[in-house]
Ligand binder design. Structure first.
Ligand code: IMP
Length: 422
């Protein structure tokens, strides 16, 4: 059974935990898009791991983990992450971690260009993670990017970094910003790449062999549907296809290899960075922050919080072809008296069931809510779906009805054992 795990909101849905749970029965875990803008928190054996580029299966022995062609790899960041995770007692061998030779490389200059562009945008900024993701994907699409395969040939890599640096410097000079030294750029990346080299290969036949052999493949999505370059709240999105289709183009496995798509969402909604958020709610944000919840794993930023938005989830289930929902952080709502679910957007007097494309319509969209009674009971000790309070089950049933997709998993806490199967 090959499964895509995809986020249905603006990232941070708790995908790492669901992936970690599904990894137990997986042979291969593969990432197909994004880069170290992602931050997946997994708590296993009482230890907290924060993963950015490494697939979550890395925490298990005997699994193959693949960073696919659709990912943008920052070699310096990846080596730092490998060293940190190895320092927590996890071995990362070339058999356990494979990096596609077709993946694009994030250079130090991409990170600076990301920051410079954000600064230039002023109050129109995207609120990026400043990990160089946008500029690296832009180079890929502009056909001037460097791929991991290019790093294998040092002379060629240095020459290409020279060209790319000269171009970047022209832009930076225009903005009166500091320029780069091409040799320093190349030295830094090549030094990091020495640790990664044994992990690099053509990962496409490895994945196809696993498929042919009937192995279980898990596709670990990063970010979420509303950050998708096509289906998200453009331009406040990331620069890749975060939806299920990106798992195919980003790995080389075709749609016919996919058996199920699990869409992960929180029991409420959160967002970091700029952009529309119709169901945002100050009171709920304050409540969750006071509980010490909802601070970003990558940047530490406090996330904005709001009510569950079924308009967005309906859209997400459509474009991902979601076959089942995994609803996480149900325990976050344990003590709330009355809960709300956004069922439509009122825009200029008409209620819409799906989100608009027009960026100005978002500014006028008012959430239409229905209210449900909270369960006001601790769910964190529940070990089966049946043990959940009846009102919590009613809340989940309503969500499932609104999206036309069954709930398959429920998260009631950060630990591996706090994932209930429906
Ligand atoms: P970028 O991916 O760094 O270019 O950032 C673009 C947008 O995506 C910003 O709003 C970021 O906050 C958001 N973003 C990127 N990665 C994640 C993630 O893993 N979780 C949540 N938001 C993310």
């Amino acid at each position: 059974m090959n499964t895509i795990v995809t986020g249905l909101q603006w990232g941070d849905e708790g995908k790492g935990k669901i992936v970690d749970y599904l990894t137990e029965s997986a042979d291969v875990v593969v990432r197909g898009q994004g880069g170290n803008n992602a931050g997946h928190t997994v708590i296993a054996r009482g230890t907290k791991y924060v993963l950015h580029l490494l697939p979550s299966g890395i925490l298990w022995d005997g699994k193959t983990n693949i960073i696919g062609n659709g990912v943008v790899v920052d070699p310096v960041g990846l080596v730092a992450e490998i060293e940190r995770v190895e320092g927590q007692g996890v071995s990362i061998t070339p058999e356990k971690l494979l990096i596609s030779d077709r993946a694009h490389v994030v250079l130090p200059l991409h990170k600076e260009l990301d920051a410079a562009r954000e600064a230039a945008l002023g109050d129109r900024k995207i609120g990026t993670t400043k990990r160089g993701i946008g500029p690296a994907y832009a180079d890929k699409i502009n056909r001037c990017g460097l791929r991991v395969a290019d790093l294998l040939d040092e002379t060629y890599f240095r020459e290409m970094v020279g060209h790319r640096t000269a171009d970047a410097n022209e832009v930076l000079a225009k903005f009166g910003l500091p320029t780069f030294d091409a040799t320093e750029q190349a030295d830094e990346v090549l030094a990091a790449f020495a640790r990664l080299r044994p992990h690099v290969s053509n990962t496409i036949p490895v994945l196809h062999q696993a498929w042919k052999d009937g192995k279980t493949i898990l596709f670990e999505g990063a970010q979420g549907t509303l950050l998708d370059i096509d289906f998200g709240t453009y331009p406040f999105v990331t620069s890749s296809n975060t939806t299920s289709g990106g798992s195919c183009t980003g790995t080389g496995l075709p749609p016919t290899a996919i058996d199920q798509v699990i869409g992960v969402c929180k029991a409420y909604t959160t967002r970091v960075g700029s952009g529309p958020f119709p169901s945002a709610d100050e009171g709920l944000s304050q409540y969750l922050h006071d509980l010490g919840r909802e601070f970003g794993a990558t940047t530490g930023r406090a996330r904005g919080c709001g009510w569950l938005d079924a308009v967005l989830l309906r859209h997400g289930c459509m474009v991902n072809g979601t076959t089942g929902l995994a609803v996480t952080n149900v325990d976050g709502l344990d003590n709330y008296e009355t809960l709300r679910i956004c069922t439509g957007y009122e825009i200029d007097g008409t209620v819409h069931e799906l989100p608009p494309a027009d960026r100005h319509a978002w500014d006028r969209a008012k959430a239409v809510y229905e209210e449900l009674p909270g369960w006001q009971q601790d769910t964190t000790a529940c070990t089966s779906y049946e043990q959940l309070p009846e009102k919590a089950k009613a809340y989940l049933d309503r969500l499932s009805d609104l999206c036309g997709t069954p709930v398959k998993f429920v998260g009631v806490g950060p630990d591996r054992v706090q994932t209930l199967v429906v």
